[in-house]
Design a binder for this molecule. Structure first.
Ligand SMILES: [Cu+2]
Length: 536
């Protein structure tokens, strides 16, 4: 048995509804057996004061030197070094420093500021210890006992990157080694992020702190007059479990030889690496780059005063027009570029909530400030891709297998494991429709490396019939994508019991990439497949 919980019809919805912040593990009798057979009890978050720490803003990276471009050695391009190190960091004023692994010793790592069309080189340096401090499961593909326990490889999520620099999960390197990646940045301005992608321990490395933001800017976006400087702030969200000493706890199954769990939730929410921070804001519009960097939690955001905000961008850059909303759902891996205008709000404290529980507080200044430029009514045009452009449609099943006690044991894409031969092999430059047939009770955020895509629709289907006969019978009409899903995406929520269709042009580079579920516990347990773009 892998999972100590009883599994209701829809696990994740149950966890939200329980008001327990998805911490089913912490409401069970705790017996966390981690290295050294130490039993550690969870921290009671209610003992911490809310909104006493200022929101940290990750520093912006400066390059170390210039080096010849791999595209044309006559040109020198910025060369950055990032050091993955163990470190201690304060997650809250009243907690002892927490042991983490971070890029340049920080959680989140520093932010890249790149320009569209201007390539950079990054040397990712593994300076981590040789033993992992979180529970490795040697039964998982790629994390066998004969593999080095600590391995890392970095993926630029949302980056249009040549295959050798994409962070293929098996291209890991061990402590004392480094890897140089080339990021051409030949793509529209967008909110990307970088994170570990090592085979079989990805969930642990990211949980330990190995992630950060990567912004690409361009002239078009510059011309929109969006809030910038101190009015443009990343909000990087994740959740963690902490023990009574404020140290990271990663949940484990009752079987010490097979500690993998199907999802890892925590009741400590971190915004830019801090629990319940506050941000002083002037009475003017702010631009927030919101990233869901959690292992498995879906965030459902809203402001305590029900204030409307404008979403101006999604995963792969600007939407065609701002989308007004009071609520925002972000699955793991998804990003939202959001304008919140505090100019018309009174002097008050506004809480950013997730499922009615506070994440952080905005303290609106008492003085009115100079009026700021209005948000443009139109942003970057997004041409909808016609379905007729697709030369192939693939039906791809998302499936969980369960044991006798109905606990998930493995998650599969199209009933294939990681080591099975490649089945998704689009030709370079071709367009395909991928129908993500979700036969499970959970939503899975599906991410394709290299490409951007558009969401076509979602449609309920008769699941039992499909699992038996592989025959699609729809039980409802197609549902169009939500207004904030009409831009370019790289991660899509494949909803439970629905077929989610995306249309993808496979351009950029030929070679080997991956597609996977961004619930990291799923990706580590077979919900990840290689795919190959065939040169034509
Ligand atoms: Cu999944």
């Amino acid at each position: 048995m892998k999972d100590p919980r009883s599994v209701p019809m829809n696990r994740r919805e149950f966890l939200y509804g329980a008001g327990a912040l998805g911490t089913a593990y912490t409401v069970l009798p705790l017996n966390f057996v981690q290295r050294g057979l130490v039993t550690r009890r969870a921290l009671n978050l209610n003992t911490l004061a809310k909104f006493v720490d200022p929101l940290p803003v990750p520093g912006v990276l400066q390059h170390d030197e210039l080096r010849p471009s791999p595209l044309d050695p006559k040109f020198q391009i910025p060369y950055y070094r990032l050091h993955m190190r163990e470190a201690e960091t304060k997650l809250h004023r009243d907690l002892k420093p927490t042991h983490i692994w971070g890029f340049n010793s920080t959680l989140p790592g520093p932010t890249f500021e790149a320009r569209s069309g201007q390539g950079i080189l990054v040397e990712w340096m593994n300076e981590l210890p040789t033993r992992h401090f979180l529970p490795v499961d040697h039964n998982l593909e790629g994390a066998e006992a004969d593999k080095p326990e600590v391995r890392t490889v970095i993926h630029l999520h949302g980056g249009r990157v040549p295959p050798e620099s994409d962070g293929y999960p098996e291209h890991w390197f061990v402590p004392g080694k480094s890897s140089v990646c080339f990021y051409p940045n030949n793509q529209d301005a967008a909110t990307l992020w970088y994170h570990d992608h090592a085979m079989g321990i990805n969930r642990l490395n990211v949980y330990a702190g190995l992630f950060g933001l990567f912004l690409i800017r361009d002239e078009f976006e510059d011309g929109l007059g969006l809030p910038s400087g101190k009015c443009e702030i990343p909000l990087i969200l994740c959740d963690r479990q902490l023990d009574q000493d404020g140290q990271l706890l990663y949940p484990v199954s009752p079987d010490p030889k097979a500690p993998w769990v199907p999802e890892a939730f925590g009741d400590a929410y971190l915004v830019n690496g801090r629990i319940w921070p506050f941000l002083d804001v002037e009475r003017r519009p702010y631009r927030f780059r919101i990233l869901n960097a959690a292992n498995g939690r879906f965030f459902h955001l809203e402001l305590s005063n029900q204030m409307e905000f404008q979403q101006i961008g999604s995963d792969q850059g600007l939407l065609s027009t701002p989308v007004a909303a009071t609520q925002l759902t972000l699955a793991p891996g998804e990003r939202a570029d959001v304008i919140m205008d505090f100019s018309k709000t009174p002097h008050e404290n506004i809480v950013l909530n997730n499922d009615n529980l506070g994440l952080m507080q905005f303290r609106v200044a008492s003085r009115a400030t100079v009026s700021a430029a209005a948000i443009p009514k139109t942003l970057r045009p997004v041409m909808r891709m016609p379905e007729t452009e697709a030369t192939k449609t693939r039906e791809l099943l998302l499936e969980e297998t369960v044991d006798a006690a109905d606990n998930p044991t493995i998650m599969l894409l199209n009933r294939k494991r990681w080591t099975d031969p490649v089945t998704e092999d689009p030709a370079l430059g071709s367009t395909e429709i991928w129908s993500l047939v979700n036969g499970t009770d959970d939503s899975h955020p599906i991410h394709l490396h290299l490409v951007r895509f558009q969401v076509l629709d979602r449609q309920n289907f008769y699941v039992a019939n499909y699992l038996r006969k592989r025959e699609l019978k729809f039980t409802g009409p197609p549902v169009p994508p939500e207004a904030n899903e009409l831009g370019w995406k790289d991660t899509v929520r494949a909803e439970a019991g629905m077929v989610t269709r995306i249309i993808v042009r496979f351009d950029g580079y030929a070679g080997r990439y991956v597609w996977h579920c961004h619930i990291l516990e799923h990706g580590d347990n077979e919900m990840m497949r290689p795919y190959e773009i065939r040169a034509t």
